[in-house]
Structure formats: C-alpha cells, structure tokens
Write a protein that binds this ligand. Structure first.
Ligand SMILES: Nc1nc2c(ncn2[C@@H]2O[C@H](COP(=O)(O)OP(=O)(O)O)[C@@H](O)[C@H]2O)c(=O)[nH]1
Ligand SMILES: [Mg+2]
Length: 252
C-alpha cells in the first residue's frame, strides 16, 4: 500500500530465466501483489519465478505464446479481479528501475492522471545508456504516435514502464488490445479516446546484457499498422463527434 491504494505490478515474461528472479526481488515492499504472466516460455522462467519466496507473487502460465500486449491485458484482468486500485507494468528483464516507481505513482496520487508512463528519452543518461538505433527509432515512433493518437505532449511512446488506475483499466476492452510489440500505441490510442489523462514521468533507461525480442523486419510493419489503425480510429471518433447534434441550451 502507498497513498492508501492497493497496488499491483504486472510482469510480462517470455524467456527471461536470467533476469526474472532479480526483477521480482527488486519490487518495493509497498507493492501488494505481483502478477507474472509467463507466456509459454521455453526456458526456466516460470520455475525460477515460482521459487522466489514472496507471498505477493502469483504466476499465470499461458498454454501458448500470445505476445506481450496480450500478457499485460491478462495481468490487468487478474490484478483488477484481486482488487488493485493501481496497476504498474514492469518488464521481466530488469530494465526498469524500482527507484522510479514512487515518482511514477505521484501523478495518480495527486489526481492529475489516469495513466502514467515512463519517459526514458528525457533522462540525463539517455545518450550514454540507450543504444543509438533505439533512440532514433523511439523518437520517430513518438512523433508518429503523437500524430496518430492526437497526443502532442507525449514522449517515449514505446516505454513499457507504466501505471494505470482501476477506472481507466476497467474502461479498456482488454480482450481486444493489440497483443504483440506495438501494444503501447494501441493502449495510448484507446485511452485518449476514452478521455483518460496521460502523463509522462522521466525514468532511468537501463540497458545491460538482456536481449530485446523485437525483430525489425517482423515488428516494424506491425507497428505501422497499429499507427494507421489508431489514426483511423481517431478520425472516425472525430467525425462521429462532429455529426452529433449540438446540445440544446438549457433554459431556466
Ligand atoms: N508475456 C510475454 N512477455 C513478453 C513477450 N515478448 C516480450 N515479453 C516481455 O516484455 C518485456 C519487454 O520485452 P523486450 O523484448 O525486452 O522489449 P524491449 O525491452 O522493448 O526491447 C520483457 O519483460 C519480455 O520478457 C511475449 O511474447 N509474452
Ligand atoms: Mg527488454
């Protein structure tokens, strides 16, 4: 508990046997529940997670791999079911600094946001720690996401370190979220259209000896498709809003 809220951490995990234990051990004590979604890993991820002695940890073992977006949706559903007020997402490869968690929760505590996401690009160490290609790719995707979703102030659109309120998560069609890499754009698009307030908080970028599962030739076309869909969804919503008759003035 922090700020009187029950807080869950969802950890999507696919073949992270090297990092999962370190990640779970690093979750601060003020977190009430930790939901690991093991997506049919072919290594010892689930077994190693199960051996961590921490009564807060529960592990959902998926029968087949559906992707990181689908895993997060599954984790959200479980955390909501268990009464979470706020739900954090932290990667299983130890790339998110638990020291940033309090700062990430602050805009929710003050009632200024419904969804808070990390911004690694604004951190002083970004040039030294984030690989150049990632930095450029991220900057391009951030610009495209701003256009597609109508979120001009958003930065580092691909950052997976996030927190969502119970209300915002309940309003999402969890079974229809984009299931694979690129899911942050789909999430931002849907949250914006449902009127959620999204805020960025600077977090530390961490790049060590973990490997990314992103494959450019496979995932870039998928991400472009998600961007196009987000732009179309926004255009459709704007058109519908314009066609609705203006409300009659209230007369006393
Ligand atoms: N459950 C699940 N998690 C995944 C999948 N692919 C990636 N992840 C997890 O999502 C997080 C981020 O993935 P990663 O490949 O490191 O992406 P990057 O850090 O953005 O390059 C890590 O915790 C991965 O284990 C998947 O198919 N299913
Ligand atoms: Mg990673």
């Amino acid at each position: 508990m922090l700020y009187g809220r029950q807080i869950a951490v969802v950890v999507p995990a696919f073949n992270e046997e090297k990092f999962i234990v370190r990640t779970l051990r690093s979750v601060p004590r003020f977190i009430d529940q930790i939901v690991v979604v093991d997506d049919a890993s072919t290594d010892a991820t689930a077994d190693r997670a199960a051996r961590v002695r921490d009564e807060r940890v529960s592990i959902l073992r998926m029968a087949s791999n559906r992707g990181v977006g689908a895993a997060i949706a599954t984790g959200y559903a479980r955390a909501l079911n268990r009464g979470a007020d706020w739900i954090v997402v932290m990667a299983a490869d130890n790339q998110m600094d638990p020291g940033d968690l309090r700062a990430l929760l602050r805009p929710l505590a003050s009632g200024d946001a419904d969804y808070v996401k990390g911004n690694r690009l604004g951190h002083a160490s970004v040039r030294a720690s984030m690989p150049f290609v990632r930095r450029v790719g991220n900057a391009i995707l951030t610009r495209l996401t701003r256009l597609a979703c109508g979120t001009p102030h958003l930065t580092d659109s691909q950052c997976g370190y996030t927190v969502i309120t119970r209300q915002a998560a309940l309003a999402l069609p969890l079974d229809r979220l984009y299931p694979r890499y690129g899911y942050p754009i789909d999430l931002i698009s849907r949250l914006t259209l449902q009127g959620a307030r999204i805020t960025d908080v600077v977090v530390r970028p961490i790049y060590g000896d973990e490997e990314s599962g992103i494959r450019l030739t496979r995932d870039v076309p998928r991400i472009l498709w998600i961007l196009a869909r987000a732009a179309f969804r926004r255009a459709a919503a704007t058109t519908v809003a314009r066609r609705l008759p203006a409300a009659a003035p209230i007369r006393s």
